[in-house]
Design a protein around this ligand. Structure first.
Ligand code: ATR
Length: 291
């Protein structure tokens, strides 16, 4: 029930209608017994700064920010956390004195989703496919978690090189090795953790995978896709057929929300059972949308 004491959070995006965050956060609020309402806010081009100021003025507790404002919002904050600074994007705002602090929960959300499956990144040889916006959060997470070596495979080598140089400069060693997508054969290691960060294979292009050659999949111990429609991408199917453990992008979507909710409500515990229930609800919604 909304009362005089209800705290308000929300998501800023354009468009915002497709967002599943309101369903997820209102479910968490109900289940954890917090008097909190989470609303969608469509912010038009040119209105972001006014929206953030307005949100602060209206005493909003926190916000998520997504496409197309994850970079632009960085100019509207009083402070930016280290993770968001390195990734170069903010997806969560937490209220503080005088304004909002910017966080990025994509990297920590992905890590939580991977750890839930008892997979460790530390000391592992990892392979990333893609070097776009989403890949920056993944690269940061792998570097921060102590991966042994990270190959970045990308269609255009320049982008892989640019991301590798950026992270290597930050971490202070030659951790990331850029390669052309077609040069995966140069990777000698097996038992790798592979993270697919491109939109290839996303609904409706469900019969596509950025790499299709069977031999590549022999290198994979764990295959993580950040795509969550379909729940099992072609990339995951190929990896599974070669004996790999597979992790869907739905985990990253859920846990970036869990981490944000925990930032707004530091003393609240979101249980595994709650996460499983909301995952089921979101999957049903996605199925309805795409059937
Ligand atoms: P996002 O912000 O969602 O990560 P992006 O910044 O446009 O999106 O990045 C998309 C990534 O997917 C890039 O790494 C892109 O490769 P290029 O840098 O060569 O463009 C990759 N990508 C997109 N379509 C692809 C395809 N059909 N095959 C292989 N890689 C593809």
């Amino acid at each position: 029930m909304i009362t005089g004491k209800t705290r308000v959070c929300g998501i800023i995006a354009n468009p915002v209608e497709h967002s599943m965050s309101p369903i997820m956060h209102n479910f968490f609020a109900k289940e954890t017994g917090v008097n909190l309402a989470y609303l969608p806010f469509k912010v038009e081009n040119g209105q972001l700064e006014a929206a953030i100021k307005g949100a602060y003025g209206l005493n909003l507790l926190g916000m998520n920010v997504t496409v197309p404002y994850k970079q632009e919002v960085m100019h509207c904050l009083v402070e930016i956390e280290e993770n968001a600074k390195v990734i170069g994007a903010v997806n969560t705002l937490v209220r503080t004195e005088g304004g909002y602090i910017g966080h990025n929960t994509d990297a920590s959300g992905l890590l939580r989703a991977i750890q839930e499956e008892q997979v460790e990144i530390q000391n592992k040889v990892c392979i990333m496919i893609g070097a776009g916006g989403a890949a920056r959060a993944v690269a940061y997470m792998l570097a921060k978690e102590g991966a042994k070596k990270v190959y970045i495979l990308n269609r255009s080598l320049e982008k892989a090189e640019s991301l590798a140089n950026y992270i290597n400069d930050w971490i202070g060693k030659e951790l990331m090795i850029p390669l052309n997508l077609s040069d995966w054969g140069k990777i000698s290691e097996n038992q790798c953790v592979v993270i697919q960060t491109t939109s290839v294979g996303m609904h409706p292009n469900v019969d596509q995978s950025p790499i299709e050659e069977e031999k590549f999949f022999d290198k994979i111990q764990t295959a993580v896709d950040i795509v969550y429609t379909p729940l099992e991408t072609k990339f995951m199917k190929l990896a599974k057929a070669h004996g790999a453990l597979t992790i869907s992008g739905i985990g990253m979507l859920l846990y970036q929300g869990v981490v944000a909710y925990e930032l707004w409500n530091p003393n609240v515990v979101i249980t595994k059972a709650m996460i499983e229930e909301i995952q089921q609800q979101l999957l049903t919604l996605l199925e309805e949308k795409h059937s």
